[in-house]
Ligand binder design. Structure first.
Ligand SMILES: [Zn+2]
Length: 369
């Protein structure tokens, strides 16, 4: 469990006597170098970035528009949780090094591997981290299949055959070529992941993908947000949904999350958003989503009858709303989810030939979330 008080290295500025002082030694040198108070305040510089009290960011490599995948190590008095282990080998071994760096033994102390959702860039590294720990792998049941059968991810995207082959061959963030894992447990809404002084509440959001969850640590106001709030670096207005995702669920989630006291918003593809900036990100994400719905509806109205592909074409040509360009199928997938939302709202119809048509009248999709 958490390391005991360091008796070999006295940190003059440490005012917390044992057992509150948790001195951390660097495994490679055996030198006791760091001292951390509960709540994560460090008294000496650390090699791993502590982005919120007792939460450490381990960043993977950069994938252009997607940015990087950040895995988080949450270190409590009663063990460690790894949130989103990333892709296979990225950040991979760096996560294990980071766990040691902050003074824990991966084999003994890592209790949970928590997946915000089942997309390959978040769960490709699960098997690797699990192999050196005795952790319980947890994901929401709606995304569990994406871990046990990675190739099933292709059914979550509106792709052509070539793109499906690409997902398999790619070494990028959407590669489905990673070792499968059968999750040990399922994340339930409002369940508590108890690490002693760090207690994470599971909040099932289900917007970005049907099984998406975020983790909230109430005492310090930490929100581990996965891809639900900010999905791309520094751009809360950029997002995508997979086909299992839900626009009303995401709007409702953003609304609920904005009522929480969030001081540290920790997304999976961006740096931490702190204080007022965190609240702004939640607002911007919500506004951007409604603007996207408006744009999709306007394109259908302008054409009178439109296929999903025609709406996608019009968004690309007009630049009416910002959208990710890194993977060709993300926009058609998101537009498809959006059109189904507009249909639920009674604003468009969908015929058997796949043609979308506007319904005249004053529809209002704000009633749906
Ligand atoms: Zn995702």
């Amino acid at each position: 469990m958490a390391p005991g008080h360091c008796t070999l290295y006295v940190v003059p500025s440490c005012v917390s006597p044992p057992p509150y002082c948790r001195c951390v030694r660097r495994a490679s040198t055996g030198v006791h170098r760091y001292c951390i108070k509960p709540g994560g305040r460090t008294f000496l510089a650390m090699a791993v970035t502590e982005v919120a009290p007792s939460v450490y960011a381990v960043r993977g490599q950069y994938y252009e528009e997607m940015g990087y995948l950040t895995s988080y190590v949450v270190a409590g008095a009663e063990g460690v949780a790894v949130v989103d282990p990333g892709l296979h080998n990225d950040p991979g071994p760096a996560i294990v090094d980071a766990i040691r760096e902050v003074g824990y033994e991966p084999a003994e102390d890592v209790r949970f591997i928590l997946c915000t959702h089942g997309h390959p860039d978040h769960v490709g590294g699960v098997a690797q981290v699990k192999s050196v720990t005795s952790a319980t792998v947890m994901v929401h049941e709606r995304d569990a299949m994406l871990l046990s059968d990675p190739a099933s991810f292709k059914s979550r995207l509106r792709t052509g055959l070539l793109e499906q082959v690409g997902l398999y061959l790619s070494k990028g963030p959407f590669s489905v070529r990673f070792p499968s894992v059968v999750p040990d447990g399922t994340l339930e809404d409002q369940a508590l992941i108890n690490l002693g002084d760090m207690r994470l509440t599971v909040i099932h959001t289900g917007g970005h993908s049907a099984g998406h969850c975020v983790f909230y640590e109430e005492e310090a106001g930490i929100l581990l947000a996965g891809d639900e709030v900010v999905g791309f670096p520094n751009r809360p207005e950029l997002f995508y949904f997979d086909l299992s995702g839900s626009i009303p669920a995401r709007l409702e989630a953003l609304d609920e999350l904005s009522k929480l006291d969030v001081e540290y918003l920790l997304p999976a593809h961006d740096v931490a958003w702190l204080g007022d900036k965190a609240r702004l990100a939640l607002e911007q994400a919500s506004d951007a989503l409604l603007a996207f719905e408006d744009a999709v509806l306007n394109h259908v109205v302008a054409r009178k009858h439109a296929s999903t592909e025609q709406v996608v074409h019009d968004i690309r040509e007009s630049g009416s709303v910002p959208h990710p360009t890194c993977l060709e199928c993300l926009l058609p997938t998101t537009v498809e989810v959006s059109l189904h939302f507009l249909k639920m709202a009674g604003l468009v119809t969908h015929d058997l030939d796949g043609v979308w048509s506007p319904i005249s009248g004053d529809g209002d999709f704000s009633q749906l979330y």
